[in-house]
Design a protein around this ligand. Structure first.
Ligand code: ADP
Ligand code: ZN
Ligand code: MG
Length: 493
């Protein structure tokens, strides 16, 4: 058996309004090629780049959220190489003095800390398109000069699963911070994995292999699993691992050699003469610090303390900020309703019951509906206001509607919005409080089910449940099960 070591290099496109060194629009959804371009991002001679402050802020914000120290003094450098998607012949990047260093990210559930070596700021390249069967390629410079943040971890990760957790948690943090949409499928977040194996007893790391072109969390995970198996087989044969860069074939689900260490670039880095150094002031740092929102791990802890929900429900809210904001609005409406109705005498456990009820409808009924429609939750498109949702829940809580009616009411609310009391009235779904009507239904059910009656009288409790169900069905859910039960017992004695 071998120990697995993984380190990650992750490129993240920042969602700033404009590009890194010019005022062109930074729009990853632009379909028309070479629309958002100018002499600067096309590298015409004589142009001068200007640093995008918003991009610097986003990197610093990410660094602070990931517990990094922020360099008071840093600068840009030129990384020289030739490629058709890089018109300048060099990429402006940071090498010696990255903006952020020595941070970490704790993995929820795994009890593990992954150290972050550095986060620096650079620019993206253009993109190449290879039309099918054509003897040429096309270059689109819309992406050229888009602000790119590169994050490098220490080789602290020990499995494909840990890697997945790291990437997922990082993606969530980036979205919470609002620095990037971090959509891997759109190339907004690009993960390169470095994988090595070593015998259990060996101290120093084995030779690493780098895998590129991973465009989903699934391919990140699969490529590591593939490399573990491939490298194990090589080592088992007594052969050596070659240090190289490999690509990932998404449909075949294999890695393949792209270039070996001997062909590695010499980038001849040197300080970018056209840009001033970056000096970060304390008040700039403090201002950014105050803009950092509640982060996923903090929210996880708070939710666990405040709401006592199931693991599944918790993660649903942690992963979908919009949904959890909505849930919390409903909870606060419920709290208000409770204190208005019961005053100071409300008990925390009663409130917790309502919270559970609220979450149950949001995490189950609402999710099912959203899934059916194939959309994600967005409050601005959702027809049920938190007030109406809370009122709906209070009606269940006070027994004014049965769970059966509740299902019909909530469905109608999801579809058309509106006030639940009004919906109940319009549809004639109010509870029947007239016991004569319930008794009549009970008598009919008993007459139709004589065996259930004798079974119950002989001591079989399940028969009573069956009869209650029958009466409830006859009443179309418009009776309280407790009332039905009382009436049935009275008749059957
Ligand atoms: P290079 O000099 O080849 O760029 P670095 O030391 O800068 O290598 O590391 C690049 C990435 O590879 C980092 O994410 C680091 O954590 C990871 N890494 C370094 N050594 C190993 C190793 N032996 N096994 C797995 N990952 C490694
Ligand atoms: Zn431009
Ligand atoms: Mg390196």
């Amino acid at each position: 058996m071998y120990k697995v070591t993984v380190g990650l290099e992750i490129h993240i496109e920042l969602n700033t309004k404009s590009k890194m060194f010019c005022s062109c629009l930074n729009d990853s959804d632009e379909k028309e090629p070479n629309k958002n371009v100018c002499p600067i991002c096309l590298a015409h001679p004589g142009v001068l780049p200007v640093i995008n402050k918003e991009a610097v802020e986003r990197v610093v914000k990410t660094g602070l959220a990931l517990n990094c120290s922020i360099a008071k003094h840093s600068f840009f450098e030129r990384k020289n190489y030739f490629y058709p998607d890089l018109p300048k012949g060099y990429q402006i990047s940071q090498y010696q003095a990255p903006l952020c260093q020595n941070g970490y990210l704790d993995l929820p559930g795994l009890g593990k800390r992954i150290r972050i070596e550095r986060i620096h700021l650079e620019e993206d390249t253009g993109s190449l398109h290879h039309p099918e069967k054509a003897a040429y390629s096309l270059v689109d410079f819309n992406r050229s000069g888009v602000p790119l943040m590169e994050l490098v971890t220490e080789p602290d990760i020990a499995s494909a699963q840990e890697t997945r957790e790291f990437v997922k948690e990082l993606q969530l943090i980036l979205r919470y911070l609002g620095v990037s949409d971090a959509n891997m499928e759109k190339g907004e977040m690009r993960v390169e994995v470095n994988v090595s194996l070593r015998p259990e007893e060996q101290k120093e790391f084995g030779t690493k292999v780098e895998v590129k072109n991973l465009n989903s969390i699934k391919s990140v995970e699969k490529s590591i699993e593939f490399e573990i198996a491939r490298q194990t087989a090589v080592l088992e044969k007594g052969e050596k691992i070659i240090q190289e860069t490999r690509g990932w074939h998404d449909t075949k689900e294999i890695t393949f050699s792209q270039r070996s260490k001997e062909q590695a670039h010499d980038y001849r880095y040197f300080p970018e003469p056209d840009l001033p150094p970056l000096d970060i002031q304390d008040d700039f740092l403090q201002e950014i610090q105050t803009e950092i929102v509640e982060l996923p791990h903090q929210k996880r802890n708070r939710f666990a303390k405040e709401y006592h929900l199931s693991e599944r429900e918790n993660e649903l809210y942690i992963n979908q900020r919009g949904l959890s904001d909505y849930f919390e609005k409903v909870v606060s409406e419920l709290r208000q309703w409770m204190s208005e109705k019961y005053g100071a005498s409300i008990k925390e456990e009663e409130h917790q019951k309502l919270i559970k009820l609220a979450s149950n409808y949001i995490a189950t009924d609402l999710q099912a509906l959203l899934k059916e429609k194939g959309v994600e939750f967005a409050e601005e498109k959702f027809l049920v206001t938190p007030e109406n949702f809370a009122e709906f829940l209070s009606l269940i809580y006070t027994g004014e509607i049965s769970s059966k009616i509740a299902k019909m009411v909530i469905l109608e609310m999801f579809e058309k919005g509106g006030d639940p009391s009004q919906i109940i009235e319009d549809n004639g779904w109010q509870m029947v409080s007239d016991t004569d009507e319930i008794e009549k239904a009970a008598q009919e059910v008993i007459a139709a089910n004589p065996k259930a009656m004798t079974d119950y009288q002989a001591g079989k409790q399940a028969s009573l449940q069956f009869l209650i169900g029958q009466v409830m069905a006859k009443m179309k859910g418009r009776a309280k099960p407790e009332t039905v039960s009382d009436i049935l017992k009275r008749i059957l004695i």
